[in-house]
Ligand binder design. Structure first.
Ligand code: G3P
Ligand code: MG
Length: 262
């Protein structure tokens, strides 16, 4: 069986994915999902960032990871119980260091403006806690992306939530879609086809070469999260993983091994 290494091969004719994605921005050094984290990611040489999208009480889309605001802001309570105006009053930088004091939660529109300015691509992860928020989260996200008319080759939409993925199939949009999973799922190609996915984003602890090969046989990309160890990164690239989410994009080399031909 023929097998050879390709260097710096584009992974897709219409979406070129970099080997590393700055998870929540450069979140190792800056407060996650903030303007500082995105600016630092660009400064660190990242070509793409990942961030988390949630819907507020007044149906605005913000960039925020946890269900609760407690860990990463000076507020308390569930994010979905806050309006955007209330969230904008919170400090989401201080917890990471006094130099980040005054950092504000970004809206999706602000994030898009920022990545355009910085020349970054983005993986927008749709996070919803229940069915109602999933429907509104997808609807509002699509409205904002359509309004901003961002280039399709800059965005991947992804979610753990099957409902979000199902909702996405109801819209005509030009973006790549990925299904995220905490573990490997046998015959995942069936779900990926069902939701019109381009990629499978799986916890790095649950993949090996055979699994990557099985995914690629069906034409799907394999992305892996969250890896903050250079040796683990190089191993994952060597088994054909297309891109790795990391909190520290300064780790590992770019263009070491782009993929193994299978
Ligand atoms: O999108 C990959 C990764 O971000 C999924 O997990 O919890 O960090 O959003 P989490
Ligand atoms: Mg995420």
């Amino acid at each position: 069986m023929h097998s050879s290494l390709f260097l710096q091969e584009p992974k897709s004719k219409d979406f070129i994915i970099p080997q590393k994605i700055a998870h929540r921005g450069s979140s190792f050094d800056a407060p996650e999902n903030t303007e500082s984290a995105m600016r630092m990611a660009a400064k660190h040489g990242a070509e793409m960032i990942e961030c988390d999208l949630q819907i507020t009480k007044d149906k605005e889309i913000v960039i925020f990871h946890d269900d609760m605001v407690d860990r990463t802001t000076n507020g308390k309570g569930k994010l979905e119980d806050f309006t955007l105006a209330e969230l904008k009053k919170l400090d989401c930088g201080l917890w990471k260091g006094s130099e980040f004091t005054g950092e504000r939660i970004l809206t999706l529109a602000e994030l898009i403006k920022l990545i355009n300015e910085l020349g970054l691509k983005a993986n927008l992860e749709l996070k919803s806690t229940n069915d109602k928020t999933a429907i509104n989260l997808v609807k509002k996200t699509m409205e904002i992306l359509n309004f901003l008319d961002i280039k399709p080759g800059k965005i991947i939409l992804s979610s753990f939530s099957r409902l979000c993925l199902l909702e996405l199939t109801k819209y005509t949009h030009p973006y790549k879609v990925g299904l995220i999973s905490k573990k490997w799922i046998p015959n995942i190609q069936n779900e990926l086809k069902k939701y019109g996915c381009w990629s499978f984003h799986v916890n790095h602890k649950f993949i090996d070469k055979e699994k990557v090969i099985s995914l690629k046989k069906f034409g799907f990309k394999c992305l892996s999260y969250t890896v903050d160890d250079a040796n683990a990164m190089h191993y994952l690239w060597s088994i054909g993983v297309d891109s790795i989410f990391t909190n520290n994009v300064t780790l590992g080399l770019y263009d070491k091994i782009a993929c193994i031909a299978i």
